[in-house]
Design a protein around this ligand. Sequence first.
Ligand SMILES: NC(=O)N[C@@H](CC(=O)O)C(=O)O
Ligand SMILES: [Zn+2]
Ligand SMILES: [Zn+2]
Length: 446
Amino acid sequence: MTRIVIRGATLPDGRATDILVADGIVAELGSGLSDAKARLIDADGLRVLPGLVDLHTHLREPGFEHSETILTGSRAAAIGGFTAVHAMANTSPVADTAGVVEQVRSLGDAAGYVTVRPVGAVTAGLAGETLAEIGAMALSRAAVRVFSDDGKCVSDALLMRRALEYVKSFGGVVAQHAQEPRLTEGAQLNEGALSSELGLAGWPAVAEEAIIARDALLAEHVGARLHICHLSTAGSVEVVRWAKARGIQVTAEVTPHHLLLTEELARGYDARFKVNPPLRRQEDVEALRAGLADGTIDAIATDHAPHPPEAKDCEWDVAAFGMVGLESALSVVQAALVDTGVLGWEDVARVLSATPAAIGRLEGYDQGVAAGAPAELTLIDPSASRVFSTRDLHGRSVNSPYLATTLPGRVVATIHRGYETVRDGELVEENEVAQRATESREEHRG
Ligand SMILES: NC(=O)N[C@@H](CC(=O)O)C(=O)O
Ligand SMILES: [Zn+2]
Ligand SMILES: [Zn+2]
């Protein structure tokens, strides 16, 4: 197994340390560490973070491999500093049975860049009519804990109640895409002065807030865990704050793009900025940042949503909703939150690693960067700056809203299960990573 010495890294809390990685774990922290057999990484000026965990990634396989595959999406994740992702269920076939989630999980294991944890659908075929095989997916080898019809809202209150009752029995969580369907028919962008001016159908904040309020009350009634996907409005932050004060088991995520970008970008009709939920107003951005800072919002999740050029290089009203986000997430978080003084790096470690792992019931991420923890680490250079381009995108799709803009920070190395997936700022080659992944699985079996 690979041994790695990271020399002179800065921990999230600002202390400097060397780190010895051996046998898949963080073996030792301290100064003057050396090991004749180890690979040496000079981390002078670099910040070490616990491996990032994404609660909300669209990997598109099976079924939409021209947009992304489990391998290409895993590579995009690794170069973004992630060591685990939760793969959304809106594939074809839908991830609504044990067979599909086990396939997703094992393709992720074989690729070896990140831990791929499948999200199970709440309803069969995402059709919103009958429950999916929730129990079978939970008991399967994929051990699914997060269930979501993301892309669609579980709008039927009785089905939502039944799903919450079901997941409660094994400590799972329902992750809701909060969008009241009747209030958002044909919606193209945030509802307000801009949607009127552009003459496009608006997506009102109340369509999100009403579902969050309803589901928080259902979660309270059932005594189950509820998670809210991609919170996007100031009102949603207030509703979640109220629900938490009431003791309801609700958690919420926000995307990097909703923390940085606003609806004004829709003016150019460039469909790279078309996303669901839509980009909102500057007031909403401010409220989302404040919600993260005060703990109302628990996690940042990318909602990486790859789409091929034919679905994006077209008129705004027929273009697909969604933007890629894995490769840019940490830079956008630095720009929106760290460089603006809203969060420190310890907070970043919490909202991008420990808390999303806890919500997904993913083990090994509760200790942060500490001796004895699994070797899931990200080394970043916060002083770097780059004009973001397609060369920075490693998935199959290029629908990034950040192309040609300057973003701070850069991932220099990512370590997953004790081996490098990113080295000197470049992805480690596929065969090498797959080989290391196989070795690591064999060691853990033996
Ligand atoms: N976010 C998006 O705009 N699109 C997502 C679906 C979703 O997250 O709701 C997709 O699957 O493309
Ligand atoms: Zn969604
Ligand atoms: Zn999504």
